[in-house]
Design a protein around this ligand. Structure first.
Ligand SMILES: [Ca+2]
Length: 213
């Protein structure tokens, strides 16, 4: 219903976790991660805080296997993207990933959110679009990586997501990252579809410029 009300040209939010009252089913994604809730300092108000708590360089993450926004059949639900607000504080971070698994017994797929992780102590929004029906090759072309097995095909995973995670790679002990407004969106329409629907001409021009430039 939100589609014709303005969601056609920009993806419509399907569900979002704002961490206002707690962690809402999120927990540590690795043994080296400390996950905490803060009622203040988010974008706005409540947020999830991830902190690396071991000496060795590595990854940390906040994941959920119970938050209903993220669990289920992404294709059937019309999911085509994710968005999250991250605050990298004052510590160096080398990467951030959206990671999905079907469950604890297998590994899954991950996609990088961006290559820019300047420590700014301010909130930035990161968005990633995908098609849950992609073949493995199509997903890999779009930047997704299949983790070491056992790991299902991309489409099989997307039809049965049991684990969603924000994964951070950082090089410093006690790196702290704030997470807020973590959600799933509908996909972006193909440019030709957007034109047929009479919207987004500016976006279309920008898209063509990016392609040709
Ligand atoms: Ca919040």
């Amino acid at each position: 219903m939100g589609l014709l009300a303005g969601g056609v040209c920009s993806a419509a939010m399907v569900g979002v976790e704002t961490f206002e009252t707690g962690l809402s089913g999120f927990q540590q994604g690795s043994t080296s991660t400390v996950v905490a809730h803060s009622a203040t300092g988010g974008n706005p108000d409540g947020q999830m805080l991830l902190r690396r708590d071991l000496q060795n360089p590595g990854e940390m993450g906040g994941r959920t296997t119970t938050n209903a926004i993220f669990i289920g059949d992404y294709a059937a639900a019309g999911i085509g993207g994710m968005t999250v607000d991250l605050n990298f504080g004052t510590d160096n971070v080398t990467g951030a990933f959206f990671r999905l698994r079907s469950g604890i017994s297998d590994n899954g797929w991950r996609a990088p959110l961006t290559n820019q992780f300047t420590p700014t102590n301010t909130w930035s929004t990161y968005t990633l679009f995908f098609d849950p029906t992609w073949t493995d090759a199509e997903a890999q072309l779009a930047g997704w990586t299949q983790e070491a097995g056992p790991s299902p095909s991309f489409a099989t995973l997307m039809a049965s997501v049991g684990w969603a995670e924000i994964r951070i790679t950082g090089l410093e002990t006690s790196t702290i990252v704030g997470v807020d407004n973590f959600g799933l969106t509908s996909g972006v329409p193909e440019p030709s579809t957007a034109l047929l629907l009479g919207c987004g001409l500016g976006a279309l021009v920008a898209w063509r410029r990016r392609r040709s430039g």
